[in-house]
Design a protein around this ligand. Structure first.
Ligand SMILES: *Cc1c(COP(=O)(O)O)cnc(C)c1O
Length: 400
């Protein structure tokens, strides 16, 4: 309840309402970052409006360029990942598109891994190919294929660790050394590590992209991405593309991600531990041929994971024995009662999918008979692992 000073205005009611001043925020202090909204942001004077803005600073010249809520989120993400430059963008995919657009022009070439997040392959094959930008794929399990795929016009080497769907961990040190020796920019899709389990800037990456949609949001109700960098010139190129394309994010969504960050390390660790328990239980089930989880020795790149990472996510895949048909794999997923059938991950609910893996990866994952079974991807949420394990066991049993 409050009492306000009587205000006698010389203006009409509509003018009075529009120009009414907010109460002072002085004396109010609380944990949440306020949601600052505003398309027009006011300048103090014409001089201030005409002054050149620093696009890498706190640019309060127009709502699209940012507000304190958005910049606070970017700053916290930079702190988590141990770097200085960060911007937030409408989705994780947008973040990757921005890095590609910033580094590549007509006639250039880039390298992507065979196990890259699917829409990135579509980006390379469609939008960028239409602009005359070439790409080739390398085997994430053989860093020598990076060296041999480099051309005189290669301008970006893209990595993902571990790979989407099949979770191979590449030899990032070797890939970085190859790129550095030839002055080629490097980027990593670091979504799996949530900026916690792998520190790209300690290893020399130019860019890291995060799908904040996953663990940072953590509650399956926001789509957002981030581009982080410690290379000022490279980041300025991304920032410029972001402006040219007119991309912006909702301050309310930023505040939801800021709330998610408060519990990020706790959720990440808890979900990882639950995921590992579920993966171990599955590894003992006779229906499972292989567990594709970097903590497992049988996961390709396990040694590189041990060398470079200090944590793991709660998403992994299992390869079924080859005798399981596609219909049986689908039946397992359809039989699940606690897992939802859905894309994305990092939220409170566990998710399952039968995934379609490129043939190039299936060849690598095949058993001694040369056949690769159906692959199920599981993202573990906040439920009790014992309940999830029981659910998976009944679902497999009922599908055999
Ligand atoms: C989900 C995901 C993305 C894309 O994030 P969106 O916010 O959904 O666009 C990119 N990379 C990886 C590894 C992802 O899992």
């Amino acid at each position: 309840m409050s009492t306000f000073k009587h205000h006698d205005s010389a203006h009409g009611l509509s003018t009075e309402i529009v120009h009414s001043k907010p109460v002072s925020a002085s004396g109010f202090s609380a944990l949440p970052v306020p949601v600052y909204r505003g398309s027009s942001t006011f300048f103090e004077s014409t001089k201030a409006q005409r002054a050149a803005v620093d696009p890498l600073g706190l640019d309060y010249s127009y709502g699209l360029h940012g507000n304190p809520t958005q910049f606070t989120l970017a700053k916290r993400l930079a702190e988590i990942e141990g770097t200085v430059h960060a911007l937030v963008c409408p989705s994780g995919l947008t973040g990757i598109v921005l890095v590609a657009q910033a580094c590549l022009k007509t006639g250039d070439h880039w390298l992507i891994p065979e196990n890259v997040y699917g829409p990135v392959q579509a980006l390379a094959r469609n939008l960028l190919a239409d602009c005359g930008i070439e790409f080739s794929e390398y085997d994430p399990c053989n860093a020598d294929t990076v060296q041999s795929a480099i051309r005189s016009n290669t301008k970006l080497i893209w990595t993902e660790a571990p790979g989407s769907l099949t979770f191979e961990v590449p030899d990032l040190k070797s890939i970085l050394a190859t790129a550095k020796a030839q002055g080629i920019r490097t980027g990593i899709d670091n979504t799996w590590s949530a900026g916690i389990a792998y520190k790209p800037f300690e290893h020399g990456f130019d860019f890291s992209v995060q799908a904040l949609t996953k663990y940072q949001c953590g509650h399956a109700d926001v789509l957002m991405g981030a581009v982080l960098s410690n290379n000022t010139a490279a980041f300025a190129d991304v920032e410029r593309k972001n402006r040219i394309l007119g991309l912006g994010v909702s301050p309310t969504d930023c505040s939801l991600v800021l709330r998610g960050l408060l519990t990020l390390p706790l959720r990440y660790a808890k979900q990882a531990e639950s995921g590992l328990q579920v993966a171990k239980a599955l590894s003992r089930n006779t229906a499972i041929a292989k567990v594709l989880h970097p903590e497992f020795e049988e996961c390709p790149g396990h040694a590189f994971y041990k060398r470079d990472f200090n944590g793991f996510a709660s998403i992994f895949s299992v390869v079924l024995k080859p005798e399981f048909t596609d219909a049986q794999a689908c039946k397992i997923v359809d039989n699940l009662k606690l897992f939802k059938i859905a894309y994305s991950w990092g939220g409170p609910e566990s998710l399952a999918l039968v995934v379609n893996v490129p043939e190039s990866r299936k060849r690598h994952l095949a058993g001694s008979d040369g056949v690769c079974g159906q692959i199920l991807r599981l993202a573990i949420g906040l439920e009790e692992p014992a309940d999830l394990i029981a659910d998976l066991m009944q679902a497999i049993e009922a599908a055999v």
